[in-house]
Design a protein around this ligand. Structure first.
Ligand code: RP5
Length: 164
């Protein structure tokens, strides 16, 4: 989903990250938030990363969600080149189950923040919800949709477990 005023960029280091990052996209869609999903690799396409990150604010984005796995430098390098809020999603790697991704993203030096989420699908969903919360600060209609989303989530939790 993309429109003229697209507030959220979802970037990821590889096509293989989409299986995780699509959960961020689906959550944004459920909240009626437009996004632009792109493959931007810090290692394989560094010039693309530079162009994207340096131009992100002027392009109209408000929040960036960046997912990467392994030596996951994408969120941090993006944050180094844009003042926009960057939420990092550690993708679960095959070799180290995402521990490498998490540690690569989370321990940023003071001065260049990345809001680091959980490994994998929960992190992708929560990155989208944090992006929504940021955007909702200046968008009362979105704030209502986010409230409704959270209320629906609460209502969907049964009081007792079923046999199914
Ligand atoms: C990282 O390397 C990507 O973010 C991905 O999680 C990981 C593996 O990439 P592929 O080899 O599957 O393209 O840069």
């Amino acid at each position: 989903m993309e429109s003229a005023a697209t507030p959220v960029a979802i970037i990821m280091g590889s096509q293989s990250d989409w299986a995780t990052m699509r959960h961020a996209a689906e959550t944004l869609e459920a909240l009626g938030i437009a996004y632009d999903a792109r493959i931007v690799s810090a290692h394989r396409t560094p010039e693309r990363l530079y162009a994207f990150a340096r131009g992100a604010r002027d392009a109209g984005f408000k929040v960036i969600i960046a997912g990467a796995g392994g030596a996951a430098h994408l969120p941090g390098m993006t944050a180094a080149m844009t003042p926009l809020p960057v939420f990092g999603v550690p993708v679960e790697s095959k070799a180290l189950s995402g521990q490498d991704s998490l540690l690569s993203i989370v321990q940023m030096p003071g001065g260049i923040p990345v809001g680091t989420l959980a490994i994998g699908k929960p992190g992708a969903i929560n990155a989208a919800l944090l992006a929504a919360a940021v955007l909702a600060l200046g968008d009362p209609a979105l704030a209502k949709r986010l409230d409704a989303w959270r209320a629906a989530q609460t209502a969907a939790v049964a009081e007792r477990p079923s046999e199914d």
